[in-house]
Design a protein around this ligand. Structure first.
Ligand code: GCU
Length: 367
């Protein structure tokens, strides 16, 4: 049975903050000065992120698996969601977030989620392709023009409703929401990258999916798909020359210590998703489930707005460590190398409709 989903409506302030960040990582005093996610969340969850509510006597505590640090806005929004859920259900439900891949890599945890031994997780878009290849559309390079365009699509039930429920029957997994995962750029230990030829022969880590392998190879590099937790030591030993990710991963996971050349290829605005085991969701009493679903948009909004600030703070921190950020990149040249991949990936009606929605959203959010 298909469930109706609730989607967030983004506050204007949040969208404005995202525009700034999307337009080239320019430093704004406000965000560089250590602004916190709570300050900019624009109507997100009630209390301070990481908040004050003791959930230890909740009847049911959902485990939410996360592969990044406890400073990350998705972690903070998840913790807050857990506390808000506790309050909204009079202590019947709460959520505890497990950071730093404590519950395993995304590829492993999603199997546990499907079995129901982990109830919730954040997952990168590419891993979803192994369940339903149509998820590929949002994982392709240079398809979204801005974070606002991405948000509008990810939160439009008309567009994504079927996609988000498409693996309920086969995998027992429901997508609760799509979130920003920042703007991804290439970094490595050798040199600044300005054009595709500079990537030639470099071993670059990508997320684990065929689309990501094909993408980085089209951009000129040698692809190495790996779980996120393995990247630091591979960079350190030289098994990898580099990776591609947003500034938060670059700094928080200390990649900036071992691969200091970060170049703004801006090849991906790729989503993360918040997942839940479908049966767990269905078994909640109606009233509690409704209360839970109503809290999701605020949590997404808080996480998305927080990420924009966190990326900027991470860039500043990485620069202090000696990382070098290069914004002299021939984006058009990279776009050309991946255009055939984009074209060949939009190969059925479902993907075409999603792709059309992306383009319409790009247009609607241009300017
Ligand atoms: C991003 C994203 C994660 C993803 C990670 C990765 O940080 O938010 O979901 O797992 O990149 O590259 O593996």
């Amino acid at each position: 049975m298909k469930r109706r989903m609730t989607f967030p409506t983004l506050a204007v302030a949040t969208v404005a903050a995202m525009t700034l960040a999307a337009c080239g990582g320019g430093t704004s005093e406000e965000t560089a000065g250590g602004g916190t996610s709570e300050e900019t969340a624009g109507g997100g969850a009630s209390e301070e992120a990481g908040g004050k509510v003791d959930i230890s006597d909740a009847e049911t505590v959902f485990k939410l698996a996360f592969n990044q640090t406890a400073e990350h806005p998705q972690y903070l929004a998840g913790q807050q969601l857990g506390q808000d859920l506790y309050e909204a259900t009079d202590g019947r439900y709460a959520i505890e977030v497990f950071a730093n891949e404590e519950l395993g890599t995304q590829a492993d945890v999603v199997q546990n989620l499907s079995d129901g031994t982990v109830e919730m997780m954040y997952i990168g878009g590419p891993v979803m392709e192994s369940f339903n290849e149509d998820f590929i559309v949002f994982n392709l390079p240079y398809v979204f023009d801005s974070l606002e365009a991405q948000s509008a699509v990810l939160n439009d039930e008309e567009v994504v409703g079927d996609l988000y429920t498409s693996i309920e029957d086969s995998k027992n997994i429901t997508v609760l929401a799509g979130l920003h995962a920042g703007v991804r750029n290439v970094y490595n230990s050798k040199q600044a990258i300005t054009e595709p030829a500079d990537l030639e022969g470099l071993k670059i880590r990508v997320q684990q999916s065929d689309s990501q392998v094909a993408m980085i190879e089209a951009m000129g590099a040698v692809a190495s798909p790996l779980g996120q937790g393995e990247v630091y030591s591979a960079l350190q030993t030289g098994a990898l020359d580099g990776a591609e990710n947003n500034e938060t991963v670059f700094d928080a996971l200390k990649h900036d210590e071992v691969a200091k050349f970060y170049s703004y290829t801006r090849h991906l605005l790729i989503p993360d998703y918040l997942l839940i085991n479908t049966q767990v969701l269905e078994e909640m009493p109606d009233e509690d489930r409704e209360a839970f679903l109503e809290l999701i948009p605020g949590a997404v909004e808080e996480a998305d707005a927080g990420l924009v600030d966190f990326a900027e703070e991470s860039r500043v921190a990485a620069e202090e460590l000696g990382a070098e950020f290069n914004d002299d990149v021939d984006i058009e040249a990279f776009e050309e190398t991946v255009a055939p991949l984009v074209e060949s990936s939009i190969n059925n009606d479902v993907r075409q409709a999603l792709f059309d929605a992306v383009n319409a959203s790009n247009e609607a959010n241009a300017g």
